[in-house]
Write a protein that binds this ligand. Sequence first.
Ligand code: NAP
Ligand code: ZN
Length: 355
Amino acid sequence: MQTHGYAAHSADTPLAPFTFDRREPGPTDVAIDILFCGVCHSDLHTARGEWGGTLYPCVPGHEIVGRVTAIGSEVSRFAVGQTVGVGCMVDSCGHCPSCDDGEEQYCTGGGFVGTYNGQDKHLGGHTFGGYSAHIVVDQGFVLRVDHDEKDLAAVAPLLCAGITTYSPLRHWKLAPGQKVGVVGLGGLGHMGVKIAAAMGAEVTVFTTSPDKRDAALALGAKDVVVSRDAEAMAAQAGRFDFILNTVAASHSLDPFLNALKRDGTMVLVGVPEEAHPSPSVGGLIFRRRSLAGSLIGGIAETQEMLDFCRDHGITADIETIPMQAIDQAYDRMVRSDVKYRFVIDMQSLRDEVAA
Ligand code: NAP
Ligand code: ZN
């Protein structure tokens, strides 16, 4: 069945209207009309070819909230009319040790299938993401969304920004009262602040944007440190149990590692185009500090995160945009000028197609 979306056709051309096929729903598939799709920095990295390996035409989008329009004969967990979400993955092998553990994002049986830029096992070619009117996804990769109807646009970013920050906080067993740093107050960072604060942490935001101070405090941070101020950074030495680094650009990790206590951990979730300079080994050894990474989260954990956010009244702070404004949104994202997530209202795409 044909659907409409917006695609990048090369790294340096604006996204443009694009018509393509979605498969007819198979026995375990759920067909979804997309209501909202969040704009992740990974969309920009991919559309603009910053990581290499982009398959064009590229329809980005992996923060999807929509309504079920049809289900396959074996689908038991979803019904037509239900509100659902789709995140960064639409499939995995299902039987490797990671899949068995519910950590499909670390699938070793060929890797998970990305919602976009993955290998489409059904139609051949590559997968197309949520900057589109409609998607068909296996029920194993569809999430229940039980937030209030009025919040659905602001729920979309939970499907990537939410789970990418929730998962490491859980994995590293964040305990109430611990001191947590969040580096970079963008889409991921602002979710990290809200979720860590809801888990009972005392959160400090490290930002390059001094004008984000009040907003950071309003999001739940107790303190804000301007990371370009070397003196202010030095004053943070040895204070933190855990630091979540969401920065999308190459930077020195040392001032942040230095801010960890003995045995503290900094987890990188940002994936910059250029590598970070190598951290100082001494800074790690003399305090037994750890530097780690984390990739999104598994499907069961994504459902747990959505339920946690519903129970704690957590959604993203968003600016809704029409599909047609995506390139301006990308340009603003590069300038860190977004508070704190763009979300595309897919009605704008339907209106364009109908006109
Ligand atoms: P974003 O909204 O653009 O936020 C990134 C933030 O980093 C900015 O708001 C800015 O915060 C800070 N920053 C930007 N340039 C900087 C620089 N040159 N030096 C220091 N700080 C800088 O991006 P996002 O959507 O949150 O994504 C962040 C990164 O995570 C991207 O690389 C994305 O691809 C990656 N990601 C990873 C996963 C995963 O599973 N690991 C999942 C999703 C996304 P301040 O203004 O506060 O400094
Ligand atoms: Zn993402």
